[in-house]
Design a protein around this ligand. Structure first.
Ligand SMILES: Cc1cc2nc3c(=O)[nH]c(=O)nc-3n(C[C@H](O)[C@H](O)[C@H](O)COP(=O)(O)OP(=O)(O)OC[C@H]3O[C@@H](n4cnc5c(N)ncnc54)[C@H](O)[C@@H]3O)c2cc1C
Length: 375
């Protein structure tokens, strides 16, 4: 069967791309090893933070704002609640790059931001205790995305616009000859004029089939929910948060509908092969001690672990994304290496991938995410 475009990997980025491609009139096939949303890649665990004033660098802000607009559009189109404006509190030493980038990008892009000294943070959110050396940067307009619901919403719309979804269909072989793409799963062979590769932690092997050896490092990550007093940690009175501390970089979510407080550690983790079985949460000593250590310091009233999970990051050496056209095959767009902070952008990345396939260019500035930087 021949398609205009095949998307390999219909997860966070791929499902959004599938929607935008199908909407633009392309005959689109989405292939996935599982049936997204699922709990085997990088997009499960109920919630993802969306921040606008961006600690990783001001170059991300236009992309974050476009992504937020597209999430709002998606909510409107489907009538499903996907975003909750809890605000995001970023805590750290004023001199860290992360905090400095937040302050400067809020000024550059006129984003609402409240900068609070530590006593003000402790007073406003009594569930938090931070030392005098840290400040809080509170973004009132940022918040939380329901990640699986976002993917489900794009999936429904992609199908409504005529995309074909073939789930539980892992791509094993891939080639491009004379601008014609051939893709093979266990059971079938497909061809297309163009290709999107958005295969998350499994991307490296697929890229190598097209002659690209990219420095992508899949990493095991853990996160967990804790029993927490609803009077202190409920999402109606407690924000999502990031903490750049001297013990590590942590993030988390308020208790939503009694779920408990969710906490994870952003730095660290163990390099893994995504095709092999990954130790479950709690099998490594540090799974519990890392999070306990954070809570003891900064949210000491949170005591009891409910349960934890594992997930995967795909790290690039600089932790910036890869969004580009293949250097040899201009009909192949790639999106990978989202380094543990990509979900919030997936609506905008899907739109960019569709634009790259349709016209070879996009209005967004994707220069910081180019393949050139690895040369
Ligand atoms: C614990 C955790 C917390 C995070 N928190 C945040 C956050 O708060 N905010 C934020 O913005 N980001 C966050 N992220 C990062 C974000 O979730 C990821 O960057 C994003 O989900 C990556 O999207 P992806 O499309 O690359 O991968 P995925 O969503 O995993 O999609 C890849 C898809 O490709 C499919 N696939 C792979 N190989 C093949 C093949 N050969 N054939 C067919 N299909 C294939 C997979 O089955 C999968 O469905 C977090 C990640 C984790 C793990």
């Amino acid at each position: 069967m021949h398609y205009d475009v095949i998307v390999i990997g219909a997860g966070s980025m791929g499902m959004a791309a599938g929607y935008f491609l199908a909407k633009s009139g392309k005959k689109t096939l989405l292939l996935d090893s599982f049936s997204p949303p699922h709990n085997k890649g990088s997009h499960h665990g109920e919630t993802r933070i969306i921040r606008h004033a961006y600690g990783e660098g001001g170059e991300y802000v236009p992309l974050a704002l476009q992504a937020q607009k597209l999430w709002n559009d998606l909510e409107e189109m489907t009538g499903i609640s996907l975003f909750s404006a809890t605000g995001v509190l970023n805590v750290g030493h004023e001199k860290t790059d992360f905090i400095q980038n937040i302050i400067s990008s809020s000024k550059t892009y006129s984003l609402p931001l409240e900068t609070l000294a530590s006593p003000e943070v402790n007073k406003r959110w009594p569930g938090i205790t931070i030392p005098a050396k840290y400040i809080g940067c509170f973004e009132p307009a940022s918040g939380i995305l329901k990640c699986e619901s976002c993917i489900r919403a794009y999936r429904t719309l992609a199908e409504q616009h005529g995309a074909t979804l073939l789930m539980d269909s892992k791509v094993n072989e891939l080639s491009v000859h004379d601008q014609r793409v051939t893709v093979k799963t266990e059971a079938q062979t497909f061809s297309s004029d163009a290709l999107v590769i958005s295969a998350g932690a499994w991307s490296r092997d697929l890229f190598s089939m097209l002659g690209l050896n990219l420095p992508l490092n899949p990493v095991r990550k853990t996160f967990a929910w804790f029993d927490a007093g609803e009077n202190l940690y409920n999402h109606t009175n407690f924000p999502a948060f990031t903490f750049a501390t001297s013990q590590g970089f942590y993030y988390g979510f308020p208790s939503i509908d009694g779920s408990g407080l969710k906490v994870g550690r952003h730095d660290g983790g163990q390099s893994i092969d995504p095709d092999k079985s990954i130790p479950e949460f709690g099998q490594l000593d540090e799974d519990r001690t890392d999070l306990r250590n954070f809570l003891n310091h900064y949210m000491p009233s949170v005591k009891k672990l409910k349960y934890g999970k594992t997930c995967m990051y795909t790290l690039t050496p600089d932790e910036d994304f890869i969004i580009d056209l293949h250097p040899v095959y201009s009909n192949v767009a790639i999106a990978a290496g989202f380094s543990g902070h990509g979900f919030k952008f997936s609506s905008a990345v899907g739109q960019i991938l569709s634009e790259l396939i349709s016209s070879g260019k996009t209005e967004q500035n994707i220069a910081p995410f180019s393949l050139d930087r690895f040369n």
